[in-house]
Design a protein around this ligand. Structure first.
Ligand SMILES: NC(=O)c1ccc(NCc2cccc(O)c2)nc1
Length: 250
């Protein structure tokens, strides 16, 4: 997976390119992340990258010419490196809500150029002319688009085949098949008098699979019933959820 990043703070992205699963994916070449900094396109003495908003009001916007040059070069490199036209994404609270389904879509699609805004954002004509899709990681405002960009890149990169240890860990992940994750346990067997559920010590893989499925369904029902709305459950899932609900009612 090839990802270009347009950001005034490229060093922030070490959080995903130099650590953990995503860091190893970059090291192994399964994921490529390249950076373009609008400040490198500034020609004035002060290397200006912001500009005042028409109509007045507080704050600044990203300067148009330096931003557009960076996006243009990132786009060109994407095509040169992959032979495909990239999807240019801008992170803002006005964008499409990122979820696991969207992450899967991004991971299996064309190369990405991800644009991280600073200040109060970018000129709307740049959104119209240069941005293909606006995405949001949630209904809150951050001081910049870098953290949202890293969230988007991380959740997509980990879905690239071969990036996660054993592929099924991506499948079993929370929000896979749209359910919340089941509880997890590891050593010691007892913590402050709290024991590991016996079924998980039984070695009975069929019972363990069913217990985990029941817990995922039950937790989703209790914590995020909206995720069950309109969701087609398999007969086994329906039975397990009913069992959970009956036990919960007791
Ligand atoms: N929810 C998000 O994905 C998100 C994205 C960016 C961001 N900050 C930079 C910015 C960029 C554009 C407009 C704007 O108002 C703020 N904050 C939150």
């Amino acid at each position: 997976m090839w990802i270009g990043v347009v950001s005034l703070f490229p060093e922030m992205f070490e959080a995903i390119t130099c650590h953990g699963v995503t860091g190893r994916a970059v090291e192994k070449g399964q994921v490529t992340v390249e950076f373009w900094n609008p400040r490198d396109y500034a020609t004035d003495r002060h290397r200006t990258v912001d500009d005042r908003p028409y109509g007045g009001g507080p704050g600044m916007l990203m300067k148009v010419d330096t931003l557009r040059s960076a996006i243009h070069d990132a786009r060109a490199r994407a095509e040169q490196a992959t032979g495909q036209r990239p999807r240019v994404i801008y992170l803002s609270p006005q964008g499409r809500r990122l979820d696991q389904k969207g992450a899967q879509e991004l991971a299996s699609g064309p190369p990405l150029v991800v644009v991280a805004g600073r200040y109060e954002g970018i000129d709307e004509r740049v959104v119209e002319a240069d941005i293909d899709e606006e995405w949001s990681i949630g209904d809150y405002v951050l001081s910049g688009g870098e953290l949202p960009a890293m969230v988007l890149i991380d959740t997509a990169a980990r879905l690239v085949p071969g990036v996660l240890g054993h592929q099924d860990s991506a499948v079993e992940d929370s929000f896979n098949d749209g359910l919340l994750d089941c509880p997890h346990y590891t050593r010691p067997e007892v913590i402050d008098g709290r024991r590991v559920p016996e079924v998980l010590l039984s070695g009975h893989h069929g019972n363990i699979r069913r217990w985990r499925m029941k817990q995922s369904l039950g937790r989703t029902w209790l914590r995020r019933p909206d995720l069950l709305e309109g969701k087609e459950l398999a007969p086994e899932q329906q039975a397990l959820l009913k069992e959970f609900m009956d036990e919960y009612a007791d």
